[in-house]
Design a protein around this ligand. Structure first.
Ligand SMILES: Cc1cc2nc3c(=O)[nH]c(=O)nc-3n(C[C@H](O)[C@H](O)[C@H](O)COP(=O)(O)OP(=O)(O)OC[C@H]3O[C@@H](n4cnc5c(N)ncnc54)[C@H](O)[C@@H]3O)c2cc1C
Length: 286
């Protein structure tokens, strides 16, 4: 019989020292890891819980800069009024993720570190150009979220390293939105999209677009952003942006949807996210 060890460090230093030991695995809410253990996809027997680590808790604002601790439960982030106002696409992604019970324990750090191509929070955070704070026993470093994912289930995190926080800068004049399609309410997305735009004098001055579940990692669509920037946010521009999506994605067929279906719906989700973001940026939102 194998023995399951479960350690509960209370400081970052203790967590890094414990998590760096052989065969140890960090666990936050456990909503991915425990399912993987049960299905035999993770044989980890030495779990290091992050739930009591003080440095990973808390939502902190410094002017327009937001720091979300990696182990903050999604429900806490979703309930934050200022996040809902300044980062609506993130709040919408969290509202679409799992159920109340899941969001009460699941964390933002866990959603990113699990590195599912369908992770709901990733497209929104990519559109906001989130930065990821990583700690190891030697110190901390920061990477852009667009450099964080390296493939399905893999990230730049080295063994024993921790994602400590997600860093965001609010753009007060921007509009942003998240859209997703799933088979049923509580299931991973078949495809998802997030968009952020800034509009000045009927010109799109800044655009960020990202998609989920249609490539090996959540993906920024830079070519779509280039089509939008400098143009009027009108029907012809949106049609060009929508038409560019297909060449940028590489969806697979799986139990949730065929690659063909994903190719059909992703441009539609991108266009809808852009329309909602433009409405918000121009003050036309209902
Ligand atoms: C019923 C159900 C429905 C779900 N629905 C959705 C959905 O709609 N959309 C969606 O995106 N996901 C969904 N999920 C997946 C899951 O709930 C989320 O991915 C969740 O955010 C994971 O967070 P967690 O804290 O539970 O992660 P955990 O399971 O604790 O950890 C996940 C992985 O990340 C690692 N890890 C966690 N935190 C850190 C850290 N700070 N530093 C380094 N490594 C870390 C762990 O070692 C593990 O490998 C669902 C899961 C279930 C069970």
């Amino acid at each position: 019989m194998t023995t399951l060890t479960y350690q509960r460090p209370t400081s970052l230093r203790e967590a890094l020292e414990t998590g760096g030991s052989d065969g140890a695995r960090f666990v936050s809410g456990g909503t991915d890891l425990m399912v993987q253990r049960r299905s035999g996809r993770s044989g980890t027997e030495n779990l290091v819980s992050l739930r009591r680590v003080e440095e990973l808790a808390g939502i902190d604002w410094k002017n327009d800069q937001l720091r979300i601790g990696a182990a903050v439960p999604l429900a806490g982030i979703g309930a934050d009024q200022r996040i809902a106002r300044d980062f609506p696409a993130l709040a919408q992604a969290i509202a679409a993720l799992g159920s109340v019970q899941i969001r009460n324990v699941a964390t933002l750090g866990g959603n990113l570190c699990n590195a599912s191509p369908a992770a709901d929070t990733a497209p929104a955070l990519l559109a906001y150009e989130a930065r990821i704070e990583i700690a190891n026993t030697g110190g901390t470093r920061t990477v852009g979220l667009d450099e964080f994912f390296t493939g399905p289930g893999s990230t730049v995190l080295q063994p024993g390293e921790l994602l400590t926080a997600i860093l965001l800068d609010a753009r007060q004049s921007a509009g942003s939105a998240f859209m997703r399609l799933g088979r049923v309410r509580m299931d991973l997305a078949i495809a998802s999209a997030a968009a952020l735009v800034e509009i000045e004098d009927n010109r799109c001055t800044h655009a960020r677009v990202a998609v989920g579940a249609v490539a090996p990692t959540p993906l920024r669509l830079s070519a779509v952003e280039e089509i939008l920037e400098g143009k009027a946010p009108d029907g012809p521009t949106l049609a060009k942006a929508q038409a560019a999506v297909d060449a940028l994605i590489s969806p697979i067929s799986d139990l949730r949807a065929s690659a063909r279906h994903r190719r059909r719906i992703t441009p539609v989700l991108v266009a809808r996210a852009l329309e909602a973001a433009i409405s918000m940026a121009t003050g036309d939102a209902q």
